[in-house]
Write a protein that binds this ligand. Structure first.
Ligand SMILES: C[S@@+](CC[C@H](N)C(=O)[O-])C[C@H]1O[C@@H](n2cnc3c(N)ncnc32)[C@H](O)[C@@H]1O
Length: 211
């Protein structure tokens, strides 16, 4: 799938209420942003935001934050939000910096169709590399909870290995999410919608770690 370039991305970002412009100012204070004590879930690499928008609408008593590095993707996600969704915010930033934005405040991290980084030597860039799992330790509340979806078998295998080496336990695993007979809640991301049309196999894992 191609990434779109949004020419007026800067003005969309600058004038958006849903985008938190200085997320470092809210470290440890996100309940002030949402004006409630509800749990907060974070999607890393939300792209155009289809997944997190649907999740926020489906679960009004949970707060959602979509984080995306690319300004055009973030601008598109902002434009895709129709009406006011009080339990949804966006951050335009690099996932590797989330320790600057959160302090033991996150309930669940969603990793949706993250870049697979297949080349040798690029493993450290994967969102489930041990270095990232260490970062997540600092933003999760007591329980660590990761939900990952991907169409990439190599990424999936490496994610399972990495999380398992890090003592995560797998609560739910599916090797074919769209044809799974169990009732796994699923809202499709933008990439996933395309893969669904192509009948591509989607891998899913819900991983937890309790102190
Ligand atoms: C393959 S796309 C998937 C987008 C979306 N999750 C979906 O499934 O439609 C991966 C997204 O992750 C973003 N991304 C890659 N590295 C990132 C990073 N270090 N921090 C934040 N976002 C990142 C990319 O800009 C891209 O939008």
């Amino acid at each position: 799938m191609r990434y779109n370039v949004v020419k007026n991305a800067s003005s969309i970002l600058d004038t958006s209420d849903i985008l938190i412009k200085n997320p470092e100012n809210y470290k440890g204070k996100w309940k002030e942003v949402f004006k409630n004590n509800n749990p907060i879930c974070l999607e890393l690499g939300m792209g155009r935001g289809a997944f997190i928008v649907q999740m926020a609408k489906a679960h009004p008593n949970i707060n959602y934050i979509g984080l995306e590095l690319d300004r055009s993707q973030t601008a598109t996600a902002i434009s895709n939000v129709k009406g006011k969704i009080d339990n949804l915010k966006f951050i335009c930033a690099d996932a590797k910096d989330i320790v600057n934005y959160f302090n033991k405040e996150i309930k669940t991290i969603y990793l949706t169709f993250s870049e697979p980084w297949p080349k040798k030597g690029d493993e450290k860039k994967r969102f489930t590399h041990e270095n990232y799992l260490r970062v997540y330790d600092r933003v999760f509340r007591k329980q660590k909870h990761i939900i990952l979806k991907t169409d990439n078998k190599i990424l999936f295998q490496s994610a399972l290995e990495s999380m398992s080496n890090y003592w995560y336990v797998f609560k739910k695993v599916s090797l074919d999410l769209h044809n799974d007979e169990r009732n796994i809640e699923n809202y499709m991301t933008d990439f996933e919608k395309q893969y669904y049309k192509e009948h591509r196999q989607i891998y899913y894992v819900e991983a937890v770690f309790d102190e």
